[in-house]
Design a protein around this ligand. Structure first.
Ligand code: 5GP
Ligand code: MG
Length: 173
């Protein structure tokens, strides 16, 4: 059996989401751009964040996984769901659960720009800067954490633990 050790309580997560929403509204002068959320891990975070971001704006989803060893400079990311929303000429806020190696998000930003997006900003709930394999700095960050394997609040291990209202560290015993 695996155990989950509390890292951030539901209340702490809520406080960071409140703070992020304020930061985002201020950064865009209350005009939220097109939001594209990266499935699946960001579903709960995105739902909570967007409820705090009023206005009329498009919301769509993307699904991607990075592969390769990450030592190459070219993008190795397989995209299994591409948004149908208009990207060309748009400002995009890309929302994800975790920035780890940075490979997936860096590639997605590149792809969206290639499709003609004129600005792509990234918002992540969790950032693990010590794990970067490529240079990548998300514009909006909930929590900066060390190299831990986390679950909960949408984030899974083998599709489980997504329902937890808090963020925990998975311990194998
Ligand atoms: P990367 O930044 O390496 O391209 O990929 C980030 C993705 O790897 C995240 O969106 C998430 O799906 C997965 N990931 C990274 N760190 C963790 C973690 O601690 N726990 C879980 N469950 N997934 C993680
Ligand atoms: Mg992900």
């Amino acid at each position: 059996m695996d155990r989950v050790e509390m890292l951030f309580t539901a209340k702490e997560v809520e406080e960071q989401v409140d703070r992020l929403a304020e930061e985002i509204l201020e950064a865009y002068n209350n005009q939220v751009p097109t939001v594209i959320a990266v499935l699946k891990g960001s579903f709960m975070f995105t739902a909570d964040l967007l409820r705090r971001l009023p206005g009329i704006y498009a919301v769509d989803f993307i699904r991607a996984a990075s592969y390769g060893d990450g030592t190459e400079t070219s993008c190795h990311v397989s995209i299994s769901l591409w948004p149908t929303v208009k990207v060309a000429g748009q400002k995009v806020l890309l929302v994800d659960d975790i920035a780890d190696s940075g490979l997936t998000l860096k590639c997605l930003v590149e792809r969206l720009k290639k499709e003609g997006a004129n600005q792509v900003d990234v918002c992540v709930l969790l950032d693990k800067p010590s794990r970067r394999k490529v240079e990548f700095i998300p514009r909006f960050v909930g929590f900066t954490i060390p190299n831990l394997f986390v679950v909960g609040y949408g984030i899974d291990y083998a599709e489980k633990y997504r329902n937890l209202p808090y963020i925990g560290v998975l311990k194998e015993d």
